[in-house]
Write a protein that binds this ligand. Structure first.
Ligand code: NDP
Length: 447
């Protein structure tokens, strides 16, 4: 089996030599899915996984815009249309200086499996730009978004490809992007998700990724007759996903003690309660400040510059910032401090050595493609509401989100439970996602 996996990976490496994040994501899937393929005649010998690692289409384009000093700036825009076997391409847009083809291809690849897990008819895609929104005025953000959409609008549509937000793309950016799409195409359709409530958005969409990550942690704990109540939780990031993970964990009786950004983290031993979280939301979403400012308002908390929060003692950890933010040493620290639940809000936040450490220790470990699928699932619910031209209530959307997260958890058990009872959520998520997409691809022939 090892040589089969190696042979497959050698080919993928040869074709994508400078794409470490993409290769990392593919390898994790190959290690669990290839043994399944070999043991299941209907998939064996059809090169389905080989087809799945090749994007259906990669778009790369120039995004010129004018800054507040009148200078012309040029960024690079991308959209990876990875797989449309079970529905139109769906996945977020990331605006961050680190964005490149490797990062977007890894995200698009993960998205294919994640979207399949949601049970909704959505294919996988991802896009974005190396544009850095930090420190830009609202007008600069608008000019950039308009230029980006002037090109992207040719390639997307409510039945073709429906982007959403991700790092650096929130409600403000979705608004500017939607405005330009509507102007260029002269149509008001659900072409983007994460829209404002008064113009086609869904209640609970902003909360959905963070809430879903917490619901998934709760489901995992229930398999051991436990719950989040009175647990100490370490969260990284302080953006959209981190904020709502913190909110829902607190509502379920846990104490969240950290938040972070790329400069450092805050540690509040008394817990980040509702009032403190409201301060963070205003700081990050409206004032666009840094998490270090938290200690000016709450001086009992500490700010630790240049570090990640994984050395803080906790039972539950939720990495909600970015890929590869938990390394092998971090994993060791978490485990030695008694952490036994990891629910990933971010995409691929744990490096392979960290994943191995969590699995060897037999803790409850959920990969992002399962635990953070609540965001795209609720985007799917936003699409349904747009098509039906109706709005569901907060309670209705939240109930559907809970049900979807619980179904994803069940699917992970179906394909990931070992004979000794341990649930391998990585294998479970990868195979459950693969089966759905592979069946559709086989039914549609070689296209
Ligand atoms: P936001 O832009 O709202 O927040 C990102 C947060 O992560 C910020 O606090 C940011 O800090 C921090 N961060 C970003 N890059 C780094 C880095 N290289 N090192 C350390 N910290 C970093 O993004 P989201 O909350 O939307 O996304 C967070 C993660 O969740 C991403 O992995 C994303 O792919 C994933 N995700 C998001 C979904 C969504 O619905 N939004 C859905 C599913 C997954 P700083 O401000 O300093 O950059």
């Amino acid at each position: 089996m090892k040589s089969k996996i190696k042979g497959f990976m050698d080919l993928v490496k040869q074709r994508n030599p400078h794409e470490p994040e993409f290769l990392q994501a593919v390898e994790e899937v190959a290690e669990t899915v290839i043994p399944y393929i070999v043991n299941n005649e209907i998939y064996n010998g059809k090169n389905v996984l080989l087809r799945m690692v090749e994007p259906e289409r990669v778009l790369m384009f120039r995004v010129p815009w004018i800054d507040d000093n009148g200078e012309v700036v040029v960024n690079r825009g991308y959209r990876i249309q990875m797989n449309s076997a079970i529905g139109p391409y769906k996945g977020g847009l990331r605006f961050h200086p680190s964005v490149n083809l490797s990062i977007l291809k890894f995200l698009a690849f993960e998205q294919v499996f994640k979207n399949a897990l949601t049970t909704l008819p959505m294919g996988g895609g991802k896009g974005g730009s190396d544009f850095d929104p930090k420190g830009k005025s609202d007008e600069e953000i608008m000019r950039f978004c308009h230029s980006f959409m002037a090109e992207l609008s040719r390639h997307i549509g409510s039945h073709t490809d429906i982007p959403a937000g991700d790092i650096g793309v929130g409600a403000r950016e979705i608004g500017f992007l939607f405005g330009m799409y509507k102007k260029m195409r002269n149509e008001f359709t659900g072409v983007l998700t994460g829209k404002g409530i008064s113009w086609g958005g869904s209640l609970i969409r902003p909360e959905a990724t963070g809430y879903g990550t917490v619901y998934f942690a709760q489901s995992m704990l229930e398999t051991r007759g436990d719950s989040l109540k009175d647990k100490t939780v370490v969260v990284s990031g302080s953006g959209n996903v981190a904020q709502y993970a913190c909110e829902k964990a607190t509502q379920l009786g846990a104490k969240v003690v950290t938040l972070s950004d790329s400069s450092g983290f805050i540690f509040d031993n008394e817990g980040i309660d509702t009032a403190k979280l409201a301060f963070v939301m205003e700081l990050k979403n409206i004032k666009r400040g840094r998490i270090s400012e938290y200690i000016k308002k709450y001086p009992k908390a500490k700010y630790i510059e240049g570090k990640t929060p994984w050395g803080i003692k906790c039972e539950v950890a939720m990495p909600c910032a970015t890929q590869n933010e938990v390394n092998g040493e971090d994993a060791k620290m978490l485990l030695s401090n008694g952490c036994f639940v990891i629910s990933e809000g971010a995409n691929m936040p744990s490096k392979p050595e960290a994943v191995t450490a969590f699995q060897s220790a037999k803790i409850l470990y959920a990969p992002g493609k399962a635990s953070n699928a609540g965001g795209v699932a609720t985007s799917g619910l936003e699409m349904s509401q747009n098509s039906l031209r109706i709005n569901w209530s907060r309670e209705e959307v939240d109930e559907k989100l809970k049900k979807i997260m619980s179904d994803i958890h069940d699917a992970c058990i179906e394909f990931g439970k070992n004979e000794n009872g341990y649930i391998d959520y990585v294998r479970g998520a990868n195979i459950a996602g693969f089966v759905k997409v592979a069946d559709a691809m086989l039914a549609q022939g070689v296209v």
